[in-house]
Every structure is written in C-alpha cells, then in structure tokens.
Design a protein around this ligand. Structure first.
Ligand SMILES: Nc1ncnc2c1ncn2[C@@H]1O[C@H](COP(=O)(O)OP(=O)(O)OP(=O)(O)O)[C@@H](O)[C@H]1O
Ligand SMILES: [Mg+2]
Length: 266
C-alpha cells in the first residue's frame, strides 16, 4: 500500500507549487486511473508518487509526505524507492538503458539487477515479452525499433520486475488499439498478483473497465476521486479537459436521439 497525504510539490527554481494538497492511496492489487488536461500535473504526480520528485530531480514537497507499506519515505535514499515503486515515463524511449544489444537483454536487465537467478531472469523475460506480444523483437537492437515497440519494451521491462507498486505515465500514448489492449491485459494480470498501479492516461476507454478508481486532476488539485464507473460518467469531465469513454458518449448520443439504449451495443 502506498499513500500520499496532503502533499504539495514545487519544482526546483520555482516558488509556486504545481501540486496542492494531494491525498492518494494505492491499495495492493488496485488499479487507479489518473486523468486531467495537459499541464494539470499528472506527470508531476507520477514523479512524486515514485519518489523521483523531489528525491532525484530536486524541488521540494510543500506539505505532507509519501508512505509506503506503513513506512514514511522522507529522507530515504533513492534505491529504497526503486525496489518498491516502478515507473514508466511519458516518453519511454528515454528510459531504454542504452547499454544492451538486444530487446531480450533490455527486458532481462531489471530482473538481473534484482539479483534473480539466470533461470528466473530468463523465465520472467520470456513471459513479459509474450504477455505483450513482442517475442519477435527479442533479438532486435533496442535503438532500432519504433516508438510504439519501444513503449512495449519498456513496459515489458517493468512487468519482468514485478514491482509491488507501479506508476505508469501514459503507457499507451504511442500504441495502436491492439498494443493498448495487450497493455491493459498485462496490467490486469499484474494487479491480480497484488501490484498496486497508478495509470495516468488520456485514453479513458482504456481506464474504463480496467480501473477500480479514477482521480481527476485540475491545476494540480484533485477535483474528483471515486469509483471508475461514476467518475468516467461525470458531466464535468469535458470542462476538465478529459474525453468521455466511447461507452458514455454513445449512451448520451442515443439518449439525445431518443433511441432505446437496449437496442444498442458497443
Ligand atoms: N521540470 C519542470 N520544471 C518546472 N515546471 C515544470 C516541469 N515539468 C512540468 N512543469 C510544470 O508543471 C505543471 C504540470 O505539468 P505536468 O507535466 O505534470 O502535466 P501533465 O498533466 O502531465 O501534462 P501532459 O498531459 O501534457 O503530459 C505544468 O504547469 C508544467 O509547466
Ligand atoms: Mg504528462
């Protein structure tokens, strides 16, 4: 379980915080969606949740703190965070290590660094590649793959580490519908094994049905936090710069046209 209580954060060199009074709990096995317009603070909140802000990039918390499994994390060295919370960045290509010669090695790097045996490392790596349907990339050079393939490789690396908490910042931004579907399935599998996930996404269709809860950010504040079904149907989402899922748009369109909703299926 990971929680933030009353957390604010300002970037280094700035006096004004970009996050204010954030309360967030990620229970084991729970997938929480994070939505909001551009610049609402999603990426910043992801960085704070995994301890990279302020731990690695500087700046300062302006209140509250991060607690993981009952332990306050203030002042802990970065390696204490990295084994407890995984993170996938908004631009995944920057996350490729740059030191491996093949996608297989790239995905194996994380489990190897955890000190797993060679056998377990190979097993986890194969499983992660298969889960995301990218076994065929195993021998390719990580530098010579497409943006979408790179995104899947980074997610495979995170899956292979099986972190107890995982923060993903727009994990499907560069993926086609099939890649997006496979990532959704993979995240569901990870949560079923106890990982707590925070997933920042503009694609509300992915979050609908995947998340138990959804949080809406506006200008660095949580303006709504509740069960995914209810939040994703909220009238105010469009004002907050968030797309409604197709399911909700269709229901509204049919209602507006006076069509019996039971005659329509998605
Ligand atoms: N490194 C930084 N230094 C200073 N300010 C920053 C930095 N990164 C982001 N910001 C500011 O913090 C605010 C929140 O940005 P953030 O990237 O967290 O938003 P976001 O919701 O992830 O947006 P997007 O949907 O475009 O990814 C913005 O006003 C942004 O300009
Ligand atoms: Mg962002």
């Amino acid at each position: 379980m990971l929680s933030l209580r009353g957390v604010g954060y300002r970037y280094a060199g700035y006096s004004t915080p970009v996050l204010h009074d954030i309360d967030l709990t990620l229970a084991d096995g729970e997938i929480v969606g994070l939505v909001g317009a551009n610049e609402s603070g999603k990426s910043t909140l992801c960085l704070v949740t995994c301890g990279l802000a302020p731990g690695s990039i500087g700046g300062a918390l302006t209140g509250g703190g991060l607690v993981i499994d009952g332990e306050p994390m203030a002042g802990k060295p970065l390696h204490e965070f990295s084994t407890r919370v995984g993170i996938g960045f908004q631009n995944p290509i920057t996350q490729l290590s740059g030191v491996t010669g093949s996608v297989f090695e790239e995905v194996a790097l994380g489990p190897m660094n955890l000190g797993l045996t060679q056998r377990d490392t190979v097993e986890r790596t194969k499983e992660a590649l298969a889960t995301l349907g990218i076994e065929h990339l195993a021998e390719r050079e990580p530098r010579r793959i497409s943006g979408g393939q790179g995104q899947l490789v980074v997610i495979a690396s995170l899956l292979a580490m099986r972190p107890p908490h995982l923060v993903l910042d727009e994990p499907t931004a560069q993926l086609d519908p099939e890649g997006t579907r496979l990532v959704g399935e993979a995240l569901r599998g990870l949560a079923a094994n106890g990982t707590a996930l925070l997933v920042a996404e503009h694609k509300t269709d992915l979050l609908d049905g995947l998340c138990r809860r959804v949080i809406v950010l506006e200008e660095g504040r949580i303006v709504l936090d509740g069960p995914a079904g209810a939040v994703l149907e909220d009238e105010r989402l469009i004002d907050w710069g968030v797309d409604l899922p197709a399911r909700v748009r269709l229901a509204r369109a049919t209602a507006a046209a006076g069509i019996d909703p039971t005659m329509v299926s998605v």
